[in-house]
Ligand binder design. Sequence first.
Ligand code: X8Z
Ligand code: ZN
Length: 622
Amino acid sequence: MSKIGDLWWVVAVVGLLVEDAWGITDARLVQGTNVNLGEALQFLREYDSEASRICHRVSSARWTYSTNMTDFNKRKMIEEQTLQAKFNKLSWKRTMTFDWTRLPDQMVRRQLKFLITNSRASLTDEKYNEIYHLISEMKDIYSHIRICPFNSQESLFCDLELEPDVVRIVGNSRNHMELAHVWREWHDKVGPPMKNKFMRYVQIANQAARMNGFLDAGEEMRYVYEEQNFEIEIAQTWASLQPLYRELFTYVRRKLLQFYGPFVVRPEGPLPAHLLGNVWAQDWSKIVDLVAPYPEFKTIDVTDEMLRQGFTPLRMFQMAEEFYTSLGLKPMPPEFWRFSMFEKPNDRKVQCTASAWDFCNQIDYRIKQCTEVNMDDLISTHHEMAHIQYYLHYSEQPYLYRDGANPGFHEGVSNAISLSVFNPVHLHRVGLFNENTDSYETNINFLMLMALKKVAFAPFAYLVDAWRYEIFQNGVQNMNAVWWELRLRYQGLIPPIPRTENHFDAAAKRHIPADIPYMKYYVALLLEFQIHSSMCFASGHVGPLHNCDIYRSREAGRVLSDLLKVGKARHWKEVIKMLTRGQSDRLSAEAMLQYFQPLMLWLKVQNRNETILVCNKQQNCV
Ligand code: X8Z
Ligand code: ZN
């Protein structure tokens, strides 16, 4: 450890307790003694312009690589990223010379706190490089896994990739033997080769966290939420969602039992994880055909109508822009139209996952999407453009505040917009859906589809980091047993084939080897409905929440832009307070439960003769 590090440890152990503006009592991140406000302001000014400049260079290099995947462009990107990592480490060291908690300016304290936290910069160069390489190696293993198709004896044909092959088979196959085969192949191939690397990664991440004064890396991961009771609050939201999840689960289990029979699905037990239409069983919408409440009523899909009307990718983006300007939000800047990638080019290899980009220079904003003319991609254009709206609205903020109020906000906002767009009432208004949107059966079908996406996702989104927190806290022995304990407790799932500690099934989800936090998706899920509900209230909507469309409501637009322009300048609880007109500052499942209320009533009737999944203390679900 460096000299500074040693000194810091002493100060942290002595432990001066300092209260910041939101009551976080914390001295662990204090090392230096400098309390000169002028110097801190000067440092932040320099940091701001240099960080923005470097961020611009990195995003340009990343964009160039993502839209033209050559070795040369990859090298350039890594060079820029390495420079950025060095800059971050230097900035961290300079920040550590201040005693930020004693500076007499709340905004300065806040920015310095962000600079210090969530960083592995406290590690020696050697360990910093080691953890960086471990993560790259794990990501590499993940992206190079190829699996064998069902019924193939020859390894010659073992060339199925996660995307699109495995994802497509798991979504479309209704042959449980094939599904079990693919499940086994994917999980058996991905986990074991990276298990040792992951164990070493846990060790170093914990060392970094402890040097920063945290108990372990899980506590450090949660610290970005700036809320001491974060785990308790979030557990309470899950407790209130659980009854809805259990009703959905019970209904889906009966439908799967009817389809696959009692040798595959236990009538009153947990569900095997391979039958739900998704590699991780996190989104069940691909099996909507097996579980649709009223199969004779069509589930909404406007793709044919879009094709009939001659839609193009460009027109889909123009339509999304018009959605935002109808709310009184901003049009896309000229650079957006000039430089974005709306379609998959056929002369080069590109990274096709849809994404929205902020080039950190207050001018350049782009979307990259291999758009096809279909309904999913229409929703995606609106979703990605919400990210751009966020970027545009907080562009005047200092660099360190140009982000969502907490890690869930960006996704939460974008998904809240999607709730207005993927919505029979809206699609009717924009002339894409001409069927009757009033029928009870169509509404229940629609809510079921949404529940398969959103309600089914809740326990998974919650448990991924619950698992990570537990591993960081209690160690890496029994990693796989702990994973399946949580999968059973929260999702009611068991593996389709026996597992041991030689397996490492959490690694089947990319965010684990890639070191990407996951709780933000759970937070985003709650926020999505909270934001939707507030905008709907502002727009004067009456009636069920799932029928609310904020299109053309300036009032809803104002609620949204007020939230967006704060960025991360204020604590997210203040932002929620603003959003709820002072009523609450908490993350809450209430809006989500209200949205699904008609489905909940329907499910209760369907399940009246069933044993609802219940887990006892040993986490045995019956
Ligand atoms: O990882 C993602 C996005 C990138 S932010 C593609 N998501 C999570 C997942 O795929 O598991 C979006 C939904 C949850
Ligand atoms: Zn997004």
